[in-house]
Design a protein around this ligand. Structure first.
Ligand SMILES: CC(C)(COP(=O)(O)OP(=O)(O)OC[C@H]1O[C@@H](n2cnc3c(N)ncnc32)[C@H](O)[C@@H]1OP(=O)(O)O)[C@@H](O)C(=O)NCCC(=O)NCCS
Length: 184
């Protein structure tokens, strides 16, 4: 799993590399990203390298698969997407993501989320892909819908987000069971 790369029309979702350090400096300027992810709120070179090391360790551990979203045409990294495998043995995985402010509004998140969800459902063989989205996060809810996810409901006090207990809206995509064979 550590080396897996997933391709969409425009992007390759690939492991983070040490040479991606400048991307973290840009991501750290966005308070939305730093408030709900582990991107360091106060960027330093050391904090950036620590983030990249953690991504490599998580990949090797096999419970979370973090991937940089890189443009196929230029190689530029424009965001991050992560697959959580904690409940894979139950057939469920989760996704988290962010996109650099300079790359937003071009469908980066929608295409990457759709591509990694397709991969999880059809190549990894899981049955359900989940997105937990804060109720105020309208852009992320639009990403979910554009990637074919369906809103299921509000989970009250579900997790800590940005340092405080938060409700989340649960969105999912599922793999339909194969049809039963005809009796006749
Ligand atoms: C949410 C986020 C990932 C969206 O990335 P993106 O690449 O700009 O998303 P897309 O271009 O695929 O846009 C998806 C939809 O959101 C809409 N959108 C984008 N920014 C928006 C905004 N500020 N307000 C409302 N809608 C917005 C787009 O118009 C598009 O809607 P459409 O498909 O109906 O036209 C990005 O804003 C981000 O990184 N936010 C901070 C981190 C975060 O919230 N991560 C998600 C945690 S669940």
């Amino acid at each position: 799993m550590a080396a897996v790369e997933v391709r969409t029309d425009r992007f390759v979702l690939r492991p983070w590399r040490e040479s991606d350090l400048d991307v973290l400096a840009q991501a750290a300027t966005d308070p939305h990203i730093t408030s709900i992810t582990t991107v360091p709120a106060t960027y330093t070179t050391d904090a950036g390298y620590a983030f990249l090391r953690r991504m490599t360790e998580l990949s090797a551990g096999g419970v979370t698969v973090p991937r940089a979203i890189a443009e196929q045409a230029t190689g530029s990294v424009v965001g991050h997407i992560s697959l959580r495998l904690r409940d894979l043995d139950l057939g469920r995985v989760g996704l988290g993501y962010w996109v650099l402010p300079s790359a937003r509004g071009r469908g980066v998140a929608g295409e990457s989320v759709a591509g990694l969800a397709d991969w999880a459902l059809h190549r990894l063989g899981c049955w359900r892909v989940e997105l937990c989205i804060a109720p105020w996060n309208e852009p992320s809810k639009r990403v979910a819908r554009s990637a074919g996810f369906v809103r299921e409901g509000l989970l009250r006090s579900w997790q800590v987000m940005g340092g405080r207990r938060s409700d989340v809206e649960m969105f999912s995509r599922i793999r339909p069971p194969a049809p039963e064979p005809d009796d006749d």
